[in-house]
Design a protein around this ligand. Structure first.
Ligand code: PLP
Length: 422
């Protein structure tokens, strides 16, 4: 029998369906309770950073600042220096936030909405605001722009980033399009790395809106599973193209140390940083400096960060390799699914046959394996082809992941066979 389900006769399909249903019933009988939905680190990844809790807590910054007290709105100099070195950004263009970069993104969007930027009309005063959402993408990004009432425009992802032909055409012609979400390295969920050409084109494209902003969320900027991949410098490209204020760059140590107690940052042009600080000073007297010191105590510098990320990668590689090996073994050549092989980040994304993602996830759930909801990777949680599924391999222990992946692949096949026979 051909392995390609699309070439099977209906007789062959019914034999396969019976086998799959038997195996599925066996899984159901096991009463599993597994979860591949959560894009969070496993406990063993968190343990790597426990020196943060075990070390003597420092109180003073290098310049003598008493970190127990108020002050230091833009963050400790050594924290800005650390991020600057690690990400090759000028430290004076970096502002430190609290523990969450998503919080900084939300605030940045809220400022654009309420106050506008550089003399442009605040977005809340405009009859319509649209935002580009390269998809599949990160549901919480889309949720922020949805909450502010923007119209979300889906832009397809390619292997090199968002489809730039479409992006360039849209932003050139429509001044109500005010920005784009980007996860440029190991994108959530496909693990796509933006090519140099994509970075340059985003920086240089002609935008009808003078206050068009790129939300450059480099959440996985140092999360290499294998060799390091370097992104083209978006700030340099923007400056070269005469668009120095276009980018708001976000990053955090959430998936470097602790997601619940990391340090976040936003970087931008001098003009944008001045605006951010003007509003931030009304919002807070300063973020948690003791946590900045604690974090630096274990990460130290760019070399320390690299060492930390090597340890993270050693824990994550076996999980990613297990997922990819199982997909290859169970689904390659079946015609039922496609996926990319990410070289870093936190996820693997899989496309089922059209119209099968919801059913696959329902089947997995009924047999005890929770996946990220179907549609979550698209604006309004609406995947027009109902095919994209995000697999999050980091949280479950390896043995659980193996069982969950076996069942998941079975569900991909069962949903597809039933659809083919319907
Ligand atoms: N950005 C992306 C692309 C993410 O995947 C995540 C978490 O999954 C975040 C941001 C959240 O970042 P933070 O913990 O810094 O708020």
């Amino acid at each position: 029998m051909d392995r390609d389900f699309l070439k099977m006769s209906s007789g062959e399909l019914s034999i396969v369906r019976r086998e799959l249903e038997e195996r599925y019933a066996e899984f159901q009988a096991r009463k599993l309770k597994l979860n591949m939905a959560r894009g969070k680190p496993g406990a063993e990844q968190l343990d790597i950073s426990d020196a943060i809790l075990e070390s003597v807590n420092p109180k003073f910054a290098a310049d003598g600042t008493d970190c127990r007290n108020y002050g230091g709105l833009e963050g400790l100099p050594e924290m800005r220096q650390f991020f600057g070195e690690a990400l090759k950004i000028a430290p004076e263009n970096i502002i430190i936030g609290g523990n969450s970069s998503l919080n900084l993104m939300y605030d940045a969007m809220a400022r654009l909405m309420l106050f506008g930027t550089q003399g442009n009309t605040p977005w809340c005063k405009l009859p319509k605001v649209k935002f580009l959402c390269p998809s599949p993408g990160y549901d919480r990004h889309f949720a922020v722009t949805e909450e502010f009432g923007f119209e979300l425009i889906t832009v397809p992802m390619t292997g090199n980033g968002p489809d730039m032909e479409i992006v360039e055409t849209l932003v050139r012609e429509d001044d109500t399009i005010k920005g784009i979400w980007c996860v440029p390295l190991y994108s959530n969920p496909e693990g796509v790395v933006y090519s140099d050409e994509t970075v340059s084109r985003l920086a240089a494209m002609k935008c009808a809106a003078p206050d068009f902003r790129i939300f450059w969320d480099n959440a996985y900027g140092v999360h290499h599973l294998y060799e390091e991949i370097e992104l083209k410098d978006i700030f340099a490209e923007c400056a070269k193209a005469g668009n120095p204020d276009r980018v708001l760059y976000f990053f955090s140590t959430s998936k470097i140390t602790y997601p619940g107690a990391g340090v976040s940052m936003v970087a931008s042009s001098a003009a944008n940083c001045a605006e951010i600080l003007k509003h931030m000073t009304i919002q807070t007297i300063g973020h948690d400096k003791l946590n900045q010191l604690r974090t630096l105590q274990i990460l130290k510098d760019a070399e320390g960060l690299k060492a930390q990320m090597k340890k993270q990668a050693e824990l994550l590689r076996p999980k990613f390799e297990l997922v990819l090996r199982t997909l290859e073994k169970e689904l390659a050549g079946t015609g039922l699914a496609q996926w990319k092989n990410p070289k870093g980040g936190y996820f693997v994304a899989l496309d089922t046959m059209d119209g099968c993602a919801k059913e696959t996830i329902r089947l997995a759930k009924e047999a005890g394996v929770t996946m990220t909801g179907a549609g979550a990777t698209f604006p309004y949680k609406n995947d027009p082809r109902d095919r994209n599924i995000r697999i999050a391999p980091t949280f479950p222990p390896l043995e659980e992941l193996a069982v969950a992946m076996e069942l998941f692949c079975l569900c991909v096949k069962l949903a597809a066979v039933r659809k083919l026979m319907a």
